[in-house]
Write a protein that binds this ligand. Structure first.
Ligand SMILES: *[C@@H]1O[C@H](CO)[C@@H](O)[C@H](O)[C@H]1NC(C)=O
Ligand SMILES: *[C@@H]1O[C@H](CO)[C@@H](O)[C@H](O)[C@H]1NC(C)=O
Ligand SMILES: *[C@@H]1O[C@H](CO)[C@@H](O)[C@H](O)[C@H]1NC(C)=O
Ligand SMILES: *[C@@H]1O[C@H](CO)[C@@H](O)[C@H](O)[C@H]1NC(C)=O
Length: 339
């Protein structure tokens, strides 16, 4: 015990001796054992890292431009783009999901075993067709709540840009798609308060392809990549391994790799609805990593930097934003919320 006490004393001195170095985080000086660099990289086993853009929002602390302005500066204009929060699967995906579930249940297994034991009591979370495609409104990751909190957080950060007493209507923009309009409303309530409709005029922009690049959902008529991307193979070796395992544990079951993909896809959205999914543990971390990879490929090549068309249509938005920033807050306005 006493040697530990002495060690503390020595380290305390060492910390004091270096306290005058300026290029150190402030907390490094406060406690003798405070390590200036975090030695943990958390969340390696979190399912949320392997669900692409389908599941609950996830964040990280890393490099890039900090959001807080430097000392002595304030933000005087803000331009934000977001589409929606956590949601239910699309109707078109619902068809594929239900086909996979039908295949599961048509095996007529009466007592599920092994990794699928939970199926003895599990029920699908979409209990009405009408829910497909909507923002979720239940559970800890519910999309409407995420979006409300986003608005409320922006009020804290950028509330100084809103003059409540000016009687001036603040324009907001949204794309003409039900869940996206719902998102805009929730964001508006989060930022402007419950009577936000008194303060905001919501401009609803058509999603029609004939808007070309002049919308919040721009498209290029010559973009044929999307079809290529949509037909990326889901028949991956890791999913065959999963199918073999579940079939072996449950004689009579005849799942294949693409059924596994559909079931994993389905279960990710269960997180958006219920906050947990019994399916998560039916698959191994290796299988989830491959699932995440399918999403990374899709988004990179079809909706991200891997697509030449994404750059072309995104440039219009970037350009318009630059113009507003160049004009400045007095001429152009202070807040541009696009959802
Ligand atoms: C806003 O409108 C109200 C009601 O018309 C009026 O009494 C008030 O003076 C206006 N405020 C400003 C800052 O123009
Ligand atoms: C919102 O409601 C509050 C409380 O009734 C009121 O004081 C405020 O003026 C309203 N805001 C707007 C923009 O109408
Ligand atoms: C798996 O089975 C479904 C029909 O149950 C079929 O549509 C699909 O092509 C099969 N996948 C593979 C990789 O054979
Ligand atoms: C960006 O704006 C500039 C000047 O307004 C214009 O010349 C250019 O064509 C625009 N580019 C895009 C991609 O919209």
């Amino acid at each position: 015990m006493s040697s530990i006490g002495q060690l503390c004393g020595l380290l305390g001195l060492a910390a004091l001796a270096t306290a005058s170095y300026s290029n150190r985080p402030d907390y490094a000086r406060r406690f003798p054992y405070a390590a200036p660099y975090d030695q943990s990289f958390l969340g390696g086993y979190s399912i949320l890292k392997h669900v692409g853009g389908l599941g609950p929002y996830s964040n990280r602390m890393s490099y890039g431009i900090g959001r807080d302005p430097p000392d002595g500066c304030v933000v005087d204009q803000v331009i934000m783009i977001k589409r929606h929060g956590e949601r239910y699967p699309q109707g078109s995906d619902g068809v594929k999901i239900e086909a996979a579930l039908d295949k599961l249940y048509s095996s007529k297994i009466t007592e599920w075993k092994g990794d699928l034991t939970f199926l003895n009591s599990w029920e699908y979370y979409v209990d009405s067709e009408g829910l497909y495609g909507l923002e979720t409104d239940t559970g800890p990751y519910n999309g409407l709540l995420t979006t409300y909190k986003h608005g409320a957080e922006y009020r804290v950060r950028y509330g100084h840009l809103w003059d409540q007493n000016s009687n001036k209507t603040v324009p907001m923009w949204t794309a003409e798609f039900e869940r996206v309009v719902q998102t805009a409303r929730k964001f508006g309530e989060g930022f402007f308060g419950w009577n936000y409709t008194d303060s905001v005029a919501l401009n609803v922009i058509s999603e029609s392809a004939d808007m070309g690049a002049n919308s919040l959902t721009p498209v290029c008529p010559d973009d044929h990549l999307t079809q290529t991307c949509k037909s990326l193979s889901q028949d991956l070796p890791a999913f065959r391994v999963a199918a073999d395992r579940l079939n072996r544990q449950n004689p009579g079951l005849d799942l294949n790799s693409t059924d596994i993909y559909q079931l994993m896809f389905m279960s990710v959205f269960e997180l958006n609805v219920r906050g947990y999914s019994d399916w998560t543990d039916a698959f191994t971390m290796d299988e989830w990593k491959w699932f995440g990879y399918t999403q990374d490929l899709l988004f990179y090549h079809c909706a991200g930097p891997g697509s030449q068309f994404a750059k072309a249509v995104g440039a219009v938005y970037a350009n318009a934003s630059l113009k507003l920033l160049t004009q400045g807050p007095e001429k152009a306005g202070t807040m541009f919320f696009n959802l």
